[in-house]
Write a protein that binds this ligand. Structure first.
Ligand code: FAD
Length: 449
């Protein structure tokens, strides 16, 4: 249709409205940074704050609407583990924000002096995820981090003195020239775009859509009703009305905890928009199947959703092939790497379609993370932090927890800032400088020989 004719068909606009006939393509802008952090999740927000607090001009780009990633949008608002065997092993910026979140919301911290035995989750800190996102954002702003939500990298190319990264977003297209890039996407997306090797498993761990149901009193449910419900559940799984992984464990157990973290979304993959869309749809379909099934039971007819996260939490996608790869033997033996920059503490925690069987560490063991596992092999001016750390699948099942990711984020942010300041590559930054910068910013550094 001819433009003049098209405009004529619109008729008169309401008073105060202006006609905008077409959305112009975004104009390409240029920005410069010392450190560009991509992905503002558990690791990335901390990496950016650390880099900026060390004086680096820092940009943090996040595809979503808020910081925190799996901690907040994914609803895993119970970060752990900062303590091991009666003492704190991870502190620093992540701990600072977690503690501040608990304080501001008047939440109590667990009693870390009290041993948990095999119930390691008792030392996880229950926080309000959305408040954590707000406080992490405030810390970024105060440190001078330039935040860019709703953007993702399209290309990551080597350029003089570092990288040129093209970011695209809603009506935006920006070329960022950065001396150092820290990839905290959880899937090592920027590393892949830079043409460097990543690894993934043929069978990845399932994801989980976090939600909680209420509207019934679990203690008041008649044991005979529960028994019958378990039989109906088996029949529903057999007929295909429910998937076996919609309700993990027994129905009574699931109802007892309001369904929280009670499903597995098999094949979950958050590494591309398409796979993450499919994963989110699969998560929400699982929820709808469960709700419709359980509400048929008269005692559960008033079941309601108390909490529902906007995306399915992802446990595993890609990991980098780093200068060093942490193996499960390294992890379980508590190997102290010569270039260790942080601790990690969690049982080996590999989830499979039917559940999870945690394998606890021996008394006194506190694993470490080497800076070499955060540097993609053969790379210059590039680091990662978070669950895409170079590690085998079993070691990764423990390394991926949030306190460990936050500590890795701080280590990567410090190393990137020091590298940008000195013109060195991350590998060439003296270890003593990294450790000293981290210690000055509250981190706990593993003791090496
Ligand atoms: C169901 C479930 C239960 C868990 N239970 C626990 C637990 O009990 N305790 C514990 O401590 N940990 C737990 N974890 C693990 C832990 O939460 C995650 O491994 C950790 O949060 C990952 O941190 P990350 O920074 O690597 O990634 P994320 O926190 O996922 O952050 C990645 C960020 O990058 C952004 N991003 C991705 N791609 C792009 C792109 N191309 N451009 C821009 N931004 C991008 C994402 O939007 C996101 O914000 C659990 C995880 C899941 C899924």
């Amino acid at each position: 249709m001819k433009r003049r004719h098209f405009l004529a068909t619109l008729g008169t606009l309401p008073a105060g409205s202006v006609l905008v006939a077409a959305t112009p393509p975004p104009t390409l802008r240029s920005l410069a940074a010392d450190v560009l952090v991509i992905g503002g999740g558990s690791a990335g927000a901390i990496a950016a704050i650390q880099a900026a607090r060390l004086g680096a001009k820092t940009i943090l780009v996040e595809a979503g609407s808020q910081l925190g990633g799996t901690t907040t949008t994914g609803g895993v608002d119970f970060p752990g583990l900062f303590h091991a065997w009666g003492k704190q092993v991870i502190a620093g910026i992540g701990w600072e924000i977690v503690k501040r979140t608990a304080e501001l919301n008047n939440d109590e911290l667990p009693d870390f002096a009290k041993p948990t035995g095999r119930q390691h989750w008792r030392h996880q800190v229950r926080i309000n995820g959305q408040l954590y996102a707000a406080l992490a954002e405030e810390a970024c702003v105060q440190a001078g981090v330039q935040l860019r939500y709703y953007e993702s990298p399209l290309t990551v190319e080597e350029a003089a003195g570092g990288w040129r990264v093209r970011l695209v977003g809603k009506g935006t297209m920006v070329d960022v020239t950065a001396k150092q890039v820290v990839d905290c996407t959880g899937s090592a997306t920027a590393v892949g775009l830079a043409g460097l090797a990543r690894m993934r498993e043929e069978t990845r761990q399932p994801g989980t859509l976090i939600y909680r149901v209420g509207g019934y009193d679990p203690a008041a449910l008649d044991p005979n009703v529960l028994k019958a419900l378990q039989e109906k559940h088996a029949a529903a799984v057999k007929s295909g009305a429910l998937k076996r992984t919609d309700i993990n464990g027994s129905v009574a157990g699931w109802l007892g905890k309001g369904g929280e973290s009670g499903n597995h979304i098999v094949g979950a993959d958050g590494s591309t928009s398409e796979s993450h869309t499919e994963t989110n749809i699969a998560g929400r379909q699982s929820l709808l199947r469960v709700l419709r099934f359980l509400q048929q039971e008269p005692a559960l007819a008033l079941m309601e959703i108390e909490r529902l996260q906007p995306e399915t939490g992802i446990r595993e996608t890609y990991r980098i092939v780093g200068e060093t790869t942490v193996t499960v033997e390294d992890y379980e033996s508590g190997r102290v790497f010569a270039d260790a920059v942080s601790h990690s503490f969690y049982p080996i925690d590999l989830h499979f379609a039917g559940g999870v069987r945690p394998k606890h560490l021996n008394e006194g063991v506190v694993p470490t993370v080497p800076i070499g596992a955060l540097i993609p092999k053969g790379s210059k001016n590039l680091l990662v932090a978070g669950r895409c750390v170079s590690s085998d699948q079993l070691a990764n099942s423990a390394l991926r927890v949030q306190a460990s990711c936050m500590a890795m984020g701080q280590a990567a942010g410090a190393t990137a800032a020091l590298a940008a300041g000195s013109g060195a590559t991350p590998k060439a930054v003296p270890l003593a400088d990294i450790r000293s910068a981290l210690a000055k910013h509250g981190a706990i550094i593993p003791r090496t020989a």
